[in-house]
Design a protein around this ligand. Structure first.
Ligand code: HEM
Length: 174
């Protein structure tokens, strides 16, 4: 999701995938159309083909590897090969152990409770607050705790919208 979908990329004008909002001006104004030759040059060294583009990718030096990759993209484009599912979890179906019911902040510490009544404590620097407004994101007002597997000292709380974040966090000491 950092980059655009490559579905149907062969034959498409660069910087025009439906619904992708993070294209650089450099790529949009490149005038490129993605044929196999351009794809090969892009994958060898994106920064050389389109200076100032936003794809943080060093490139693939080996010509054979690039040829395999371009062949795969072509096979997917023509429907010969099916792309595996993205496999991201649907956060609306989170279980009680992940549904966050309260977040308190005191000193340098966040204390969370989840719907299974368990408490989770994090040093402020180790807890990230994220949003996912997509169909797979959490329900409004029902943030979800992810990323620890309920062990480890780092985690993220995913909200449906940025406006929910501060409103949800209570500044209160135990
Ligand atoms: C072998 C792996 C990769 C392939 C085959 C690939 C392929 C492509 C292609 C063909 C485009 C142009 C799409 C278009 O014009 O609609 C693109 C753009 C982009 N890709 Fe990748 N990519 C790869 C890896 C990555 C990685 C690792 C990242 C970031 C973590 C990334 C992020 C992006 C971004 C942000 C853009 C938009 C660039 C811009 O607007 O300047 N890609 N990629």
């Amino acid at each position: 999701m950092t980059g655009p979908s490559l579905a149907g990329v062969l034959g498409r004008k660069a910087g025009t995938a439906d619904g992708f909002a993070r294209y650089s001006d450099a790529l949009k104004q490149s005038g490129l159309v993605w044929d196999k030759r351009n794809l090969d040059a892009w994958l060898e060294n994106p920064a050389a083909l389109v200076p100032g583009n936003a794809m943080t990718f060093p490139g693939i030096a080996d010509a054979r590897t690039r040829a395999d990759l371009v062949a795969y993209i072509e096979a997917v484009s023509t429907g010969r090969v099916k792309v595996p599912d993205r496999g991201l979890p649907n956060l609306k179906e989170s279980d009680a152990a992940s549904r966050v019911t309260s977040i308190r902040f005191c000193g340098d510490t966040y204390r969370l409770t989840t719907a299974d009544r368990k408490a989770h404590v994090f040093w402020e620097f180790n807890l990230r607050f994220k949003t996912d407004g997509s169909a797979a994101g959490p329900a409004a007002g029902q943030p979800v705790l992810i990323g620890t597997g309920m062990q480890g000292d780092r985690a993220a709380v995913v909200f449906a919208r940025p406006e929910e974040i501060s409103a949800f966090i209570q500044r209160r000491c135990p």
